[in-house]
Design a binder for this molecule. Structure first.
Ligand SMILES: Nc1ncnc2c1ncn2[C@@H]1O[C@H](COP(=O)(O)OP(=O)(O)OP(=O)(O)O)[C@@H](O)[C@H]1O
Length: 336
């Protein structure tokens, strides 16, 4: 086995070990599936986990998704497979039947494929190599698209993919510069994804032009600062969502889709918006947008008998004394 002996223990090993323990991201002896693209971040991740494995007793395996996007996609997959063999790790691969057209579609297919592999071979955790640099880029990208705090906190340390499988991102406070350095020192052969150089992708332009510009002219630590901002926002969002959920429960009518205006009037606008979003998420066939939420918020203080235009699906909201009621498109809500 080509496992690194103890004298190659680096500060990054210690950092990851501490992060996993403090954040309770992985359990001892867990079945862990590492998503490896062959790029520097996921190679760094798998090597670190391999080195930590004797301390934790995990069952590790590598999964690679072949998007068939690039001419070298098969060679890329083979490279990852060979690394897995060298480390004596089980290797699983999914190959796309059709070549995906957009980044979003590719990502969706990738998560679905990784989940399928995990389900089939009973892995309870999928880990990816997302870094603080990805977090900073996501924040900038979403900021420019007009996202609220929820979009800006975007990349989180962990989230459930199914009831039994969770997604974990253990490198979320490690920068890309650190993973690159680690790969160089450990002499890991990185597969260069040529699409990373293509500046028609907004993400690549942020990575290669915008962030370096911000670092040169505004703050050399811009990447870390942005990533920390995302982390702060994440804690804020979690807190506000929990408060809103508790208030929604108090304000909601027991039998009908309705909200008590007196309870809502005592809440801050930030919570009112979140309560309305959660309320509409239950009621509408699609995710509510900013306009839908604002319309409903305006009913909290609107005169009696005020009502909104129809939401998607035809539902409207109207005021009746102390209550905001939803009326579905077909028929009278009072009979529901
Ligand atoms: N084709 C793939 N197969 C398996 N896992 C993948 C693949 N592409 C991405 N991932 C996982 O998702 C993480 C983040 O994806 P992203 O698109 O930012 O990665 P990348 O730039 O393609 O590769 P890397 O982050 O490894 O340099 C990767 O670190 C890796 O864990």
């Amino acid at each position: 086995m080509q496992n690194t002996p103890n004298h190659d223990w680096t500060p990054l090993h210690a950092h990851l070990h501490r992060t996993l323990k403090e954040r309770r991201l992985l359990e001892r002896s867990q079945q862990v599936l590492v998503a490896v693209s062959g790029g520097q971040d996921s190679l760094c991740l798998v090597k670190l986990l391999l080195d930590l494995q004797p301390k934790w007793g995990w069952q590790l395996a590598i999964a690679h998704c072949n998007h068939r996007w690039r001419a070298d996609a098969d060679a890329n997959a083979e490279h990852v497979q060979q690394l897995a063999q060298g480390w004596q790790l089980p290797y699983y691969q999914q190959t796309a039947e059709a070549v995906t057209t957009s980044e979003a579609a590719a990502r969706q297919w990738r998560y679905k494929s990784l989940t399928t592999i995990a389900q089939q071979y009973r892995y309870t955790c999928i880990v990816t190599g997302h870094t603080a640099s990805d977090r900073a880029e996501t924040l900038l990208y979403n900021l420019m698209r007009g996202s609220g705090a929820d979009g800006l906190q975007a990349l989180v340390w962990e989230r459930p993919l199914t009831l039994d499988i969770k997604l974990v991102r253990p490198l979320l406070d490690v920068t890309r510069a650190e993973t690159r350095q680690f790969c160089q020192t450990a002499q890991l052969q990185i597969w260069d994804d040529t699409t990373n150089h293509d500046l028609t992708y907004a993400r690549n332009r942020i990575r290669q032009e915008l962030l370096p510009y911000l670092q040169t002219h505004f703050n050399p630590q811009a990447e870390n600062a942005l990533s920390q901002t995302a982390a702060l926002l994440q804690a804020d969002v979690e807190y506000l969502e929990a408060q809103a959920a508790a208030l929604l429960e108090q304000a909601q009518h027991a039998d009908r889709p309705g909200l008590n205006r007196t309870i809502l009037q005592q809440s801050a606008l930030a919570l009112q918006r979140r309560i309305m979003r959660q309320f509409l998420q239950q009621a509408l066939p699609c995710a509510p947008n900013f306009g839908h939420i604002e319309k409903l918020v305006s009913l909290i203080t609107a005169p009696n008998r005020s009502q909104t235009d129809p939401f998607p699906g035809g539902t409207i909201a109207y005021v009746e004394d102390n209550w905001i009621w939803l009326k579905p498109a077909s028929g009278d809500d009072r009979t529901n």
